[in-house]
Design a protein around this ligand. Structure first.
Ligand code: GRF
Length: 194
């Protein structure tokens, strides 16, 4: 039996708190998976320093490079990537990657999809929309990535109350805590067989 660790690529465009949390979770001795590649599209993204500090290979690719099979597929292949995990990645995953990694691309969204998903719904925009719409619950959604924004099959959701005193900032903090708690565990349960 082949017991070599599964390889995870994390795609992130921003601060990278989820990426850091995933690296810390998986890159421990004895783990059956490793984050061995981080891809970002922003040269100023906070995730770059976080990944470097945790000795994880990080590559900055332009939107065009991400959309070019001859550039990105050899990079994923050379790292033997089994699973792609999106953590605040702001570029649509091109069809050729979705096709190649069928049901092996996972995203996390900071609301209870299908509420408050789709283009332009990211970060504080989501939490503001939740509060403005008077929702009494919010939460996180972990789902497979397909060819459209935020519409792939839902794998996991969990919710928390939205309090009258909540602001987009307090809600974002609570949602981040929820993400850090659940995302690694859910990914671990979805690792493809060796
Ligand atoms: C998270 O809220 C995630 O749900 C969303 O983007 C945010 C990324 O946060 N897709 P961070 O960069 O991991 O801190």
């Amino acid at each position: 039996m082949n017991n070599s660790p599964r390889h995870i690529a994390v795609f992130a465009s921003g601060n990278g708190s989820n990426a850091e949390n995933l690296i810390r979770f998986f890159n421990r001795p004895g783990s059956n998976a490793r984050v061995n590649l981080v891809i970002t599209n922003r040269p100023d993204a906070g995730v770059i320093d976080k990944a470097k500090r945790l000795e994880t290979d990080v590559r900055i690719l332009t939107r065009q490079e991400i959309n070019t099979p001859e550039t990105i597929l050899p990079l994923l292949d050379s790292h033997k990537i089994d699973l792609i995990v999106l953590a605040g990645f702001m570029i649509m995953i091109p069809d050729f990657i979705v096709n190649r990694f069928n049901r092996r691309i996972i995203n996390i969204h900071p609301s209870l999809l299908p509420r408050h998903g789709g283009k332009g719904m990211y970060g504080a925009n989501v939490h503001r929309a939740v509060i403005d719409s008077g929702d009494t619950q919010s939460g996180i959604t972990i789902h497979y990535v397909n060819h459209h924004y935020d519409s792939g099959q839902i794998i996991f959701q969990t919710q928390i109350p939205v309090l009258p005193s909540d602001t987009p900032t307090t809600l974002e903090q609570k949602i981040h805590r929820l993400e850090h708690l659940h995302y690694p565990q859910i990914i671990a349960s979805l690792l493809p067989d060796p």
